[in-house]
Every structure is written in structure tokens, then in C-alpha cells.
Design a protein around this ligand. Structure first.
Ligand SMILES: [Zn+2]
Length: 712
């Protein structure tokens, strides 16, 4: 945190500091600074600017008592006019910039000539770093000549920009003419590499920057264009989506949605908590917790979690079944402060809210503390937390993938925790199983996922990462993401969770049946198998969670209407194109076979070596030795559940994926052959051994009779 600053009280507007060292005399005053971004002095100031509680803005409670005290304390202080917007040095005919809106980030613009500008992003609040989120608008075009923009102070490398990713833009005129549906990739001659700033910094400076350059050709001089790292997703948009869902009875089962607040963020924003379940279902339900958008620049995470909670509230069959069996607790935006002010990674205090779960501070990271408390309260009240999902965006890799818990190969959870990623990869090529990782990194030990798994014992605790850019299709061609892809991924994830649940249920029934048969045969109690012990982690008879214990209060949605945020473009709320697909019945053993096959082919190690020159590489280097050695372990050395002989039962449903179907058929064929071979061996059992066995049994009986006589 910059200058060692820490807020003294929780309910005080959070003071904001800015790092000016980067901007002093870098250009020796040879080029004019034409724009100075909005630098609010504290959290109350920016909420006052960005929302008026109308239906076009996010809600904020200005009547809070601590805020009144703050206004009183500031009453006699002189009001300084903060320099915001275009400066006096801006020459006539230059472009006009603006970033004073929700999630906006542009701190300074230096004009090199009327057709080239150097742009600086604002570091995250109360830090001097984390610059990769830019979002600003431009007007005042004088000709249709291309204009070059250099974003000069990007603080992290992005292989995706090198691989063809472009910034996103929204042209008001294009949308009005119907030539564009909203945000789209823009710019020509896009380059990404070391920044020219590096040469201007002191030789001893530890800072190192990257630069993104691109040319934008205006389509009309009267146009207004917004430019951002990727499609923005504001807190206001989240509110609009929630309101839409609440009012759309035709698509959504609105009575199954309960809207409440998790608590207050550091700047006193109410953090929305959606509880989705069928309150009339008599089944004992387990809880699934999904959180998103802890890192403000990762807007893709918001798109995916939106698709997820919208899908599970729809009237389609799978969604209904999920609501019957689970209580979903969804926190779509756990860092609203960072999102509103336009941070790249941190919360308002300057802390990464996904690196403080081991010991979250009520003062500085109330958001993380509230989430951890929620899970702890659920567990204490006897509810079973079945799954924890954290939705993120990835700045370096393509596709979507998961980070999951790390178990040694001899532990049954080793395969158990890989089943969901494997099943999801079979449903959509957007998700790549081979990019998923199940390792314990030191750098991530305080993330939500790791703490939920290690400390709170949630086995199925995953981070779902989705690229800012696109994914590889079956022919390994790069497909650029559109919003519908995020919704599709979310829908497939929800269906995979149901499939996983169904498979577990079948497995439990199967083992119950087997145990019954054994006890009937032997007339003595059967010991628990490894498998049944394992599935005890997800018992059927769970307590219904106690909703009232959290003191949730409903949001007030009534508001006066004025217009501030509507000036900023937001994506339309697209309809969900729910994909109808037949349910394919498969069991754990088949999926585990596939994972084993992948392991033996060494495919999983692909993900562990691939990556980028960013933090990802550092994380890979920190791999624990156990994981590295795993790659050399032969699968045959591992004790696995015995192969079931139930493979010849008729499969009633359609196969989803051709490649998958072939592999499944191969595995089934192998099992059929094994069974035939075993049957044959049994029938050829030497009769001498059989005789010997009966003889030994007779002897045992004789002995028993003798001892009985002795006793009598
Ligand atoms: Zn993230």
C-alpha cells in the first residue's frame, strides 16, 4: 500500500492517494499534457459523482451516519477545485478525452501531434501499480485520418495482445446506424511490447512497463467512441440484469430468487447476494457457493457468472432439477468498489482481495471477510457446502480452464476433483481440461479457493478462468469470444454440475446395492469400502440451510430517475439461447479411465508447462516436488476402485461428442473383453482346488462341532 496508509475506522470514507512520480518531467515539457483524469479525494466523493440512486445507477446509501459526520467535519474546509478533464494546454483541434464515469480509467494524456497520443492509466487506488485496465471516451474528431494511441504504462505482459487480441471499442454512430451491436475489437497495426517509458525512467528504477499501440480510424467526425481493455461490465449493469430477471416471469422462475445483501464493502456499498433455490422442494439440499469479479479488470468473469445465475433461474429442466437439489448462494461482484472506481486488480484499500482469505481483515478487506464468514456460518449451521466456484478472467492464456485442489495420486480425491473439469471439457471445446491445474502454489495459498478447500474442507473448490481473448476450436484455430460464448460456457458448467451430482448418486446406489448383496451372502456386516468412505463427504441427508441466520436485508429498488450512467454504453442484456441436449449416462469409472488415459499420455503436463512470461511462469516454478514426480508414476501402480461389471446395460441416450463417443466405446469394449476373459478363467478353474476348498470347509465344521461338544 502506498505511503503505508491504512484507514483508521471501517465506516469512514476511504481516502485515496495517487502516485505522481511517473508523470514528473518525463518529457521535459516538450509535449503538452492535454488531459488529467478524475482523481477523487475519497470514496464518498466518487460515489457522489457517479450515482444518484436513479434506475440508471447503482444504489448507494448516502444517509449513512458516518457520512453525515464526514460532511460536518469538512464543512469549514476550503473547497479546492480538482483538475479534471481537458487542460489549458490542450490546443484547439485536439481530441477530447473523458474517463469520469463508472469503471472509467484514464489518468493522463500527452499529445505528441494531432494524430498521436500517449495515454497513462491510473494505478489502483492506494497502490503505485496494477495498470492494465483502461476505459475512456473520445470525441472531437476533425478528420477521418487514423489516430495512433499508445497506452504507455501497462504494468504486466500480455501474450494475448501479442497473439492478436485487440482493444475493444464502442462507436455511438455505428450502433445508431445498426452497423454494430456494441463493443467490438477495434484498431489496426496493433503492437504490444516494452514501453518507451522504460528509457525515460531513472536507470536504477525497478519499474518496467509495456506499451500497447494501435491506430483507430474514425467513421464520422461527430462520433463518440469508448475504448477499453475489453468489454466493460459495471456494477450498474449487474443491477440492471438483476432487475430484469426479477421482472421476467416468462423466462425466469422469479419466486425461486431471493435478493439480499452480503454486507457492506469498504466504501459502504451493499454487496448483492442472490439465493436461488426451490423453497417448496422437500429434498434436503446442499449449498453451492459462486463468487465473481474479485479482480475489477476481469470483466469476462462477470459475463460468465451472469450466464450461470441466469441459467439456473430459468424454467428449463436441468435448471429446475438443480434448484430442487441445491441452494445456490451467488455473489456476482465481490469487489464493487474496485469495479466502480476503475481499478485493475485491487479493492479500494489497495489489497488484492483474493490474497487475504487466510486472515481477512474486517477493516481493510471486509468483502473477503464477509464471504469467509458466510461459508463458516453455513458449515456451523449444519449445511453441507457441496461446491465453491470463483469466476475470473485470464490476461495471458486462451480458452477457459480451472484451478482445483491438489491431492496425491493414491488419494481417491485425485480423480474425484478432476471429474467436473473433464466432463465440462467433453461438453464444450471452450473449456480445456488440459489447461486446468491441480497444484498447491505458495503464491495462491491465501486465495478463496485454497482456503475454502484447505481450511473449510470443501473438496470441490475451483477457480474458473476464462480468457480475455478467445479459445481454440477442434481444429486448433483461435475463435474470438463473444458474449454468447460466455453464456454457453456458464450453461454447460451448470449442466456438468448436475451430471456430476447424478453420477455420485448412481455410484452411491451401486455401492449400497453391492454392500447389501455381500451382507446377504456372508450374513455378517460388511466393512466400508474406500469408495463409500469417500462419498460420505457428500451425504444425501443434509440439513436445509437456515436463511434467517444471516440477517439479510432486501434491497430497495425504488429510485428517482436522472441520467448519469446511461451516458456510458453497456452491453444489451442478451437472451439466453439454451441448448437442448440429450443427457448421456456415464459413470465415474468411465470418466476416471479417460483421465488416466490422459495422464499416461502425458497430456496433463502440457498445461503445467505452458503459460506466459507473467506471474503464471513464477507460479509454475513454485510447483511442489510431489506434483513434478507425479508425472512419472505409472497408473498401474495406483490402487483404483475395482472395475464394475455393469457395463453391458443398455445406454438409452444420445452421444454428445463424436470423439468422446469413440473413446467411450473403446473403454467399454476393453471392459467387455476383460469380463469375458474372467468368466472363461472361472469356468476353467481346476477342480482339484475346488475339492481342496470344500475339504478345508468340512474340516472347519468338524472342528467347530468338537469344540461345541467340549463346551457342553
Ligand atoms: Zn483474477
Amino acid at each position: 500500500m502506498l505511503l503505508g496508509w491504512r484507514p483508521k475506522f471501517i465506516k469512514t470514507p476511504i481516502l485515496l492517494y495517487y502516485n505522481d512520480e511517473l508523470y514528473i518531467d518525463l518529457y521535459k515539457k516538450s509535449y503538452p499534457i492535454i488531459y488529467q483524469g478524475y482523481r477523487p479525494k475519497d470514496s464518498f466523493a466518487f460515489h457522489s459523482e457517479l450515482t444518484d440512486n436513479s434506475s440508471d445507477c447503482y444504489p448507494f446509501d448516502f444517509t449513512d451516519k458516518s457520512l453525515t459526520a464526514y460532511a460536518f467535519l469538512n464543512k469549514n474546509k476550503p473547497i479546492h477545485s480538482e483538475l479534471v478533464g481537458m487542460t489549458k494546454e490542450a490546443p484547439v483541434g485536439c481530441l477530447h478525452f473523458d474517463s469520469k464515469f463508472e469503471s472509467g480509467n484514464l489518468d493522463q494524456v500527452v499529445m505528441l501531434n494531432p494524430y498521436e497520443y500517449d495515454l497513462y492509466m491510473c494505478p489502483d487506488t492506494n497502490t503505485g501499480s496494477h495498470m492494465h485496465w483502461f476505459y475512456f471516451s473520445i470525441t472531437g474528431f476533425t478528420s477521418l485520418q487514423p489516430i495512433k494511441f499508445n497506452i504507455v504504462n501497462i504494468s504486466r505482459n500480455s501474450p494475448l495482445f501479442k497473439a492478436g487480441m485487440k482493444p475493444k471499442g464502442y462507436s455511438f454512430i455505428k450502433v445508431e446506424r445498426g452497423e454494430s451491436s456494441g463493443w467490438e475489437y477495434i484498431g489496426e497495426n496493433v503492437t504490444f511490447g516494452p514501453s518507451k517509458l522504460n528509457k525515460l525512467l531513472d536507470p536504477g528504477s525497478k519499474k518496467y512497463f509495456f506499451m500497447l499501440s494501435f491506430e483507430y480510424q474514425p467513421i464520422c467526425v461527430d462520433d463518440k467512441v469508448w475504448i477499453a481493455t475489453t468489454s466493460p461490465y459495471t456494477f450498474t449493469r449487474l443491477w440492471k440484469v438483476i432487475r430484469c430477471m426479477k421482472n421476467d416471469d416468462s423466462l425466469y422462475h422469479t419466486s425461486h430468487l431471493k435478493l439480499s445483501t452480503l454486507g457492506k464493502s469498504l466504501s459502504l456499498i451493499d454487496i448483492p447476494l442472490l439465493t436461488i433455490t426451490n423453497p417448496h422442494s422437500k429434498l434436503k439440499k446442499k449449498v453451492i457457493i459462486a463468487i465473481g469479479r474479485v479482480h475489477p479488470s476481469e470483466t469476462v468473469g462477470s459475463w460468465v457468472i451472469e450466464g450461470f445465475f441466469r441459467f439456473i433461474l430459468t424454467r428449463c429442466q436441468e435448471a429446475r432439477k438443480l434448484r430442487d437439489k441445491f441452494i445456490f448462494k451467488i455473489i456476482p461482484m465481490c469487489n464493487p468498489d474496485g469495479v466502480i472506481i476503475g481499478n485493475s486488480r485491487t479493492g479500494l484499500s489497495g489489497d488484492d482481495l483474493n490474497r487475504c482469505y487466510l486472515n481477512p481483515s474486517e477493516k481493510f478487506n471486509p468483502e473477503s471477510k464477509l464471504i469467509k464468514d458466510l461459508v463458516e456460518k453455513l458449515t456451523e449451521s449444519g449445511s453441507k457446502v457441496y461446491m465453491f466456484l470463483d469466476f475470473h478472467g485470464h490476461f495471458c492464456k486462451k480458452g477457459s480452464f480451472m484451478y482445483g485442489p491438489s491431492y496425491p495420486l493414491h488419494d481417491l480425491n485425485y480423480f474425484q476433483t478432476r471429474i467436473i473439469p473433464k466432463l465440462l471439457s467433453e461438453r464444450t471445446c471452450i473449456f480445456r481440461y488440459h489447461s486446468s491445474r491441480f497444484i498447491m502454489e505458495r503464491s495462491k495459498k491465501s486465495t478463496a479457493r485454497m482456503v475454502m478447500w484447505k481450511e473449510l474442507g470443501i473438496i470441490n473448490a475451483y477457480t474458473l478462468e476464462t480468457s480475455y481473448f478467445g479459445y481454440l476450436n477442434k481444429d486448433r484455430e483461435t475463435m474470438v469470444f463473444c458474449i454468447e460464448d460466455f453464456y454457453t460456457l456458464a450453461e454447460k458448467l451448470a449442466k456438468t454440475i448436475y451430471e456430476f451430482y447424478f453420477m455420485q448418486k448412481q455410484e452411491r446406489l451401486f455401492h449400497k446395492q453391492k454392500a447389501k448383496e455381500r451382507s446377504l451372502k456372508k450374513q455378517r456386516p460388511t466393512p466400508k469400502t474406500r469408495e463409500s468412505r469417500n462419498y460420505e463427504n457428500t451425504p444425501v441427508n443434509d440439513m436445509e440451510s437456515d436463511e434467517s441466520s444471516f440477517g439479510n436485508q432486501p434491497f430497495s429498488l425504488d429510485a428517482q430517475s436522472t441520467n448519469i450512467a446511461s451516458k456510458v454504453p453497456s452491453e444489451m442484456i442478451l437472451p439466453l439461447n439454451i441448448i437442448k441436449e440429450e443427457f448421456i449416462e456415464r459413470n465415474f469409472e468411465e470418466v476416471i479411465q479417460m483421465i488416466k488415459q490422459d495422464c499416461s499420455e502425458g497430456e496433463e503436463s502440457e498445461s503445467q508447462g505452458s503459460g506466459s512470461e507473467s506471474d503464471e511462469i513464477k507460479e509454475v516454478i513454485e510447483l511442489p516436488p510431489l506434483d513434478k514426480s507425479r508425472r512419472n508414476i505409472s497408473i498401474q501402480e495406483v490402487e483404483m476402485p475395482k472395475i464394475r461389471d455393469e457395463f453391458n446395460k443398455p445406454k438409452k441416450k444420445l452421444v454428445l461428442n463424436e470423439k468422446f463417443a469413440k473413446r467411450l466405446e473403446k473403454i467399454r469394449e476393453k471392459k467387455r473383453m476383460n469380463k469375458l476373459r474372467k468368466d472363461k478363467e472361472k469356468s476353467n478353474f481346476p477342480s482339484i482346488i475346488q475339492k481342496a476348498m470344500t475339504n478345508s470347509k468340512l474340516k472347519e465344521l468338524e472342528k467347530k462341532e468338537e469344540t461345541n461338544k467340549m463346551c457342553n
